[in-house]
Design a binder for this molecule. Sequence first.
Ligand code: KG4
Ligand code: ZN
Length: 351
Amino acid sequence: MTVRFPYILAIDTSCDDSAVAILKEDGHIAADIVYSQNEIHAPYGGVVPEISSRQHVSRIARAVQEAFFQAGLQPRDIKAVAVTFGPGLIGSLLVGVQFAKGFAQGLSLPIIGIHHIEGHLMAACGDATFPSPPFISLIVSGGHSAIYMCDKNYQFKTLGETRDDAAGEAFDKIGRMLGFNYPAGKTIDDLSALGDDNIYVFPVAMRSKATLDYSFSGLKNSARLLIQTLLKEHGEIKGKVLFDFCAGLRKAIVAALLNKAFMACHAQEIKHLVLGGGVSANSLLRTEAVRRGDLEKIQVHLPPVNHCVDNAVMIARAALRRLKEGQQHTLDFNVIANVSVDTVSGQPPNR
Ligand code: KG4
Ligand code: ZN
């Protein structure tokens, strides 16, 4: 039986943001709330799992309430609930999933658990030009850097992934060496605009055509060594030196990401490349992806900048596709801290 759902409530608490969205069946966004914990984790240089889950506990009900206020709706207007079940921080995931289950059970609503990466993959699908599969997807975030093939049944297959740090993690860790707060990706992106990207050349790893995997540990190491050299030369890293450093770093990471993504498109003879994840907010990655797409006859699909980083709109979008096919979970589904999207996509969940 197909579930009818004029409005869907979606929740993502996979990491450090409490995200809630309400979407209409046609994809219209009625509410989009993200309670960020960035400032709370900034002094630690990264997300502290225990703090993150406690913050979700104290914020989730307020975030849902605010979503209803923003949408001008009541809980009785909701006809289905979607929630991220994994991957992510286990304590954080539990808060969102338990809240979603309680909401669904209290109102006798269907519920569907969504894989966080499937959400990132669907973040661009609000755009009318979003392709029907098959397409290639590049998901680049703080926790993931991977290339997926999405077949016509929305079954995802990992074609390549990072062997060490994710691209966002590289931005964040190198940013920390420079004294920036976590997360540092946007700061480095903004400062790069003021610099010359030809002054400092960073290594682009895994250039070999034999693999679609990434590696950012060499880049991190060369950044550390360069920082030591620059500190010796200048005493501190600021002004033009800092801007040039950021620009060179951004250029290397973007080149590494796009080389493999376009290589995958050509190898699979696919004409559509879908980007997603926090790093897909990077301004150079976005312009370079489109520029190369034009040159190489591959249509590039970008999520709106505010839906690159974690949000619940993308979870709602992924859920809408599944709900329209009549898929739903029974209430006994579990959170999974570490699960590949390959194993859960393409197939209906338990019922
Ligand atoms: O998708 P996301 O919100 O969380 C995960 O699922 O990991 O991604 C967060 C990551 C962080 O590493 C952050 O530094 C990075 O996205 N990020 C950026 C930019 N905005 C966010 N990296 C580069 N340039 C940006 N403009
Ligand atoms: Zn994410």
